[in-house]
Design a protein around this ligand. Sequence first.
Ligand SMILES: NC(=O)c1ccc[n+]([C@@H]2O[C@H](COP(=O)([O-])OP(=O)(O)OC[C@H]3O[C@@H](n4cnc5c(N)ncnc54)[C@H](O)[C@@H]3O)[C@@H](O)[C@H]2O)c1
Length: 269
Amino acid sequence: MDSQNELTGKVAIVTGGGDGIGRGIVRVLAGRGADVVIADVNEKAAGEVIAEVQSMGRQGLVVGTDVADQNECDGMVSSALSLFGRVDILICNAGVAGGPEWWTRETASELDWDAVFAVNVRGTMHSIEAVEGYMMDRGEGKIVVIASIAARGGGAGPMAHYRASKGAELNVAQAFAMRLAPYNINVNTICPGLLWTNMWDQIARKHMSDSGDEDQSPRERFENGLGAVPLGREQTPEDIGVVAAFLCSDRARNITGQAINVDGGMRMN
Ligand SMILES: NC(=O)c1ccc[n+]([C@@H]2O[C@H](COP(=O)([O-])OP(=O)(O)OC[C@H]3O[C@@H](n4cnc5c(N)ncnc54)[C@H](O)[C@@H]3O)[C@@H](O)[C@H]2O)c1
């Protein structure tokens, strides 16, 4: 089948699909024929992306969801099933880099550690737990977790809480890949590199205010990091979307438990 239409008839849930990487993933999945449910705390932003999905001739639904809450994740899946009668794909993309205090010194506060783990780690687990029973009964399903090259280790600075959460997220994905393989459910991870999104804007502002180095704009600060990219360019949400679409297609039916870096070569393991 033509890869451009390979998701026709499929229904995808994308957590955090209202902005940034999630929005790029929604655009690519809808462009390949999928109907899309966006589960996001920001319902307004999600509604704007769903309007785009509809303008592409696909159907869409917004479900206001905080993935840190298991009941809300259960509601996300039951709303999708009520409207569409099926869920083929779950993309666990919702994530945060800081909590109520962000990081202020060499390390983040306990509040920030808890907030980041609640969304990035438990949110991923809750989202998969909400859909796995349905997919197991059906004997098929595709799940993609958006972690980060931060999951691959290394790196200095005060973001240990974020790195640790992303490493944990990758391990959660692999645990579910093993658990769900007998049910013909593929679970894979994408590790994005450097993408200019709201998250990166917040990170750049935080680093700059902490260091007192506010001569540059947040975008310039982000561009400094691109020197570490062997291919010499930033990645885009659509770059992540096309890999997610591939992993959700039949062409990837024998790939599970893997993590793919989409980072211009920054990490080669
Ligand atoms: N931007 C990067 O360079 C980069 C690199 C590697 C990995 N990532 C990962 O990609 C994912 C998306 O990041 P982004 O840069 O697009 O961020 P973003 O802040 O631009 O967008 C995140 C989206 O998730 C939603 N969200 C936040 N908390 C939520 C919650 N509790 N429940 C439901 N929705 C929630 C937000 O409303 C927003 O729509 C994250 O998991 C992030 O860790 C980003």
